[in-house]
Design a protein around this ligand. Structure first.
Ligand SMILES: Nc1ncnc2c1ncn2[C@@H]1O[C@H](COP(=O)(O)OP(=O)(O)OP(=O)(O)O)[C@@H](O)[C@H]1O
Ligand SMILES: [Mg+2]
Length: 330
């Protein structure tokens, strides 16, 4: 396994305030790392250091084999950054923006024009190629900004909140573009406030809070780490929740819970669907009448909440989000 990004012991201090306090990150080539954390956790600071824009107080960073701190110029040739706020020239057209970036990378007029055309098409912006970027929607501007980051064919692409502020359509378009990058073997470091985005795109997730790593693993591993699935049984009217609790206690982990005034009894279970069958059989044998039973797998939101004590600033995925998400993953 080659590592495209290796960050070790990263510290950033402003005066006496430590905003990064020993961050380690390893991203295997060709994979997507999701960097999650609440506002002010240190995501943008980390990303700026990895992309040579900011010097750390301590620590080491290697990108595509280059020492980012010792040889930032070489490292920069391998990195594409799309920042938290789209940086495009509003007075130039989409085409002109990209051609300018390509010229800055030293391409000839002809090469620059070709690369600009190629990227506009890859990002689905051909139809607006000749329009002033100032007239682009938020999602279009974000895609144009990302196109700018891809001009020099970087092996590592860093995206700081690529879909913040985008509507569901814009977000889906951006997810497709990121999926295409990954298919082409690009390594991606992505920060996001949207947990379903990390769940969908990231092979591995690093959760940071107040400048420290508080959890890492695949989305599945993180979900499992906060305790297995949750089985919730809804009792028919007039059934005794205490009796249901004592039966569920035999099949689940820990104490079942019953919220007063409801007909629902819940318990954490190891393997949700298999346990559900067993639980329903035992309840039936005891004559407890059940009207509904569901197994709920913890979401990344549950993980985030349990780790940071605060809900993520995440919107719920809409139906269409989920459908297209499935399409992208298949
Ligand atoms: N130049 C600076 N001087 C002092 N403090 C700074 C500076 N830049 C960032 N910080 C502080 O560092 C901390 C981390 O900021 P950072 O922008 O990395 O957070 P973030 O995780 O990207 O947050 P968000 O989700 O809001 O984008 C914050 O508390 C911020 O106030
Ligand atoms: Mg940020």
């Amino acid at each position: 396994m080659t590592l495209a990004v290796e960050v070790a012991g990263l510290v950033k201090q402003y005066g006496r305030v430590r905003v990064l306090d020993g961050i380690d990150l390893e991203i295997p080539s060709g994979t997507v790392m999701g960097l999650l954390g609440p506002n002010g956790a240190g995501k943008t600071t980390t990303v700026r250091i990895v992309t040579t824009l900011l010097k750390p107080t301590a620590g080491s960073v290697r990108v595509a084999g280059f020492d980012v701190l010792g040889d930032p110029a070489r490292a920069r040739t391998r990195i594409g950054l799309s920042g938290q706020y789209a940086a495009v020239d509003a007075n130039l057209s989409g085409f002109e923006n990209l051609r300018m970036v390509a010229r800055l990378y030293g391409m000839s007029h002809k090469q620059a024009a070709e690369r600009a055309t190629e990227l506009l098409s890859a990002l689905g912006l051909e139809y607006a190629a000749g329009r002033r970027a100032g007239t682009y929607s938020g999602g279009m501007a974000r895609r144009l900004d990302l196109a700018g980051a891809l001009v020099a064919r970087p092996t590592v692409v860093v995206l700081d909140e690529p879909t913040t502020g985008l509507d569901p359509r814009g977000r889906l378009d951006m997810w497709r573009v990121i999926g295409d990058l990954v298919d082409d073997g690009t390594t991606v470091l992505l920060t996001t406030q949207y947990l379903e985005e990390a769940d969908l795109l990231a092979d591995r997730i690093t959760v940071i809070d107040r400048g420290r790593v508080i959890a890492r693993g695949s989305a599945d591993e993180l979900k499992t780490s906060i305790g297995g699935d949750r089985l919730t049984v809804t009792l028919a009217a007039g059934q005794d929740p205490q009796q249901a609790k004592s039966i569920l206690a035999q099949v689940g982990i820990g104490e079942p819970s019953h919220e007063a005034g409801t007909d629902e009894v819940a318990i954490v279970v190891g393997e949700g669907s298999r346990t559900m069958v067993e639980a329903l059989r035992r309840l039936d044998d005891a004559g407890v009448c059940v009207v509904d039973a569901v197994v709920h797998r913890p979401s990344l939101d549950d993980v985030f909440l349990s780790l940071t004590g605060a809900p993520a600033a995440s919107e719920q995925a809409s139906e269409t989000d989920e459908e297209v998400a499935e399409e992208i993953m298949s």
